[in-house]
Design a protein around this ligand. Sequence first.
Ligand SMILES: Cc1cc2nc3c(=O)[nH]c(=O)nc-3n(C[C@H](O)[C@H](O)[C@H](O)COP(=O)(O)O)c2cc1C
Length: 171
Amino acid sequence: MTAAVDVQRYRETIGHFATGVAVVTAHGTEGPAGMTANALCSLSLDPLLLLVCFERSARTLPMVKQSERFAVNILRHEQHALSGVFASKAPEREKFQGVPWRLHEGAPVLEEALAWLVCELRETHAGGDHTICVGTVVDMHYRPKGQPLVWYQGRYGTLGDEVPAEANFPN
Ligand SMILES: Cc1cc2nc3c(=O)[nH]c(=O)nc-3n(C[C@H](O)[C@H](O)[C@H](O)COP(=O)(O)O)c2cc1C
């Protein structure tokens, strides 16, 4: 690897791609598990597919494989502290302490999230030091109001001003 394409430069460069922040959850035999994630995207509309990239060492990954279900809980901007908790290696029980959640279609959904999607695990693919999990969306929900938590250049943020309506993608 040359200096121009080392890991640090890659992180800094790809960090210019602003994303939302989600807590991806699964329910194992020991209870709920979850981790903060932004390496996720919508994959297909027919069928409805979503993908999430898990570090191979993520403790949530075996729970997803075991239960064959996962939920993507999209965070509100007020939930940055929750993002920190789920990005940690605290015991799973601690991560969920004081966090309202319920099991829905086999996956834990966070009651206070901006939106959630429950997926049935359809495929896994190796992707370098990550595992790509492709899920079929089985149910979803969003709040009518609320603002997303944003991740940009390694920091949390909120949405800035919207661009003028005429610049938006037509429906
Ligand atoms: C903003 C943010 C985004 C993250 N995105 C991902 C991701 O997409 N995939 C991943 O495996 N880890 C991601 N992480 C790191 C995990 O949250 C972290 O490794 C966590 O400790 C995993 O928890 P677990 O081992 O209990 O599953 C992210 C962390 C932060 C702060």
